[in-house]
Design a protein around this ligand. Structure first.
Ligand SMILES: N[C@@H](CCC(=O)N[C@@H](CS)C(=O)NCC(=O)O)C(=O)O
Length: 220
């Protein structure tokens, strides 16, 4: 099976897919699309993903898969072991719900096209834009933490004692917190679980700054 992941080192959505593939032990090749240089807007990449966003996953030359949650679900279906979703329906709903706090609510507010719109159309200066990025990143973590701290399903990881899609999404949000200088001390359960995830080789290997296209001294 030949798997091509279109991604970029600092893309949080790409991180989610990269981490899932690594956790499943699935080999893939990553094609770097430089978001900082606007390469997502080239005709060549639009032929892969007409929305001009990362990631996209091409399996055996088939139609490109898009949207990280849909790709995570695909990977889970095609490579069931180790399972990244619980066996029970309420558990799956909780894990997907936690994941969506990041994927549907938090992350979409901080992606490059939103930041560019704030700058070019809304005329917001850099400090205002940075406040926006930090605010919405923290808001998603606040919601995530509220669930983790009060729900008995929380274990060593977000749901029990093995990693799930919720942990992958939490880890991506915690990398976002690093990029946007968000203090994660108010989110102790999330921080504890993130630290736990990063002890796992697959989570660690997938992280933004360990990718071949990452700069040695990144300025976010
Ligand atoms: N909801 C999408 C988000 C896709 C997305 O916005 N990706 C970012 C990188 S993390 C991107 O490529 N942005 C390009 C842009 O905003 O111009 C997913 O989870 O896959």
């Amino acid at each position: 099976m030949a798997i091509k992941l279109y991604g970029f080192w600092r893309s949080l959505a790409t991180y989610r897919v990269r981490a899932a593939l690594a956790l499943k032990g699935v080999r893939f090749e990553e094609v770097s699309i430089n978001l900082l240089q606007g390469k997502q807007h080239t005709d060549e990449y639009k032929a892969v993903n007409p929305q001009s966003v990362l990631p996209a996953l091409v399996v055996d030359g088939g139609a490109p898969l898009f949207e990280s949650m849909a790709i995570l679900e695909y990977i889970e279906e095609r490579h069931p072991k180790p399972a990244l979703l619980p066996k029970d329906a309420p558990g799956r709903a909780r894990v997907r719900g936690l994941a969506q706090i990041v994927v549907a609510d938090g992350h979409p507010l901080v992606v490059p096209r939103i930041r560019n719109y704030l700058e070019k159309e809304m005329r917001q200066d850099e400090p205002a834009r940075n406040r926006w990025l930090a605010h919405w990143t923290a808001e998603a973590l606040r919601a995530f933490e509220a669930h983790l701290a009060k729900e008995r399903e929380t274990g060593r990881y977000c749901h029990g004692d093995s990693p799930t899609i919720a942990d992958i999404c939490l880890a991506s949000q915690m990398f976002g917190a690093k990029f946007f200088n968000v203090d994660t001390a108010p989110f102790p359960t999330a921080a504890r679980i993130f630290a736990e995830c990063m002890k796992v080789e697959a989570f660690d290997r997938a992280q933004p700054l360990k990718q071949p296209d990452a700069p040695a001294n990144p300025a976010h």
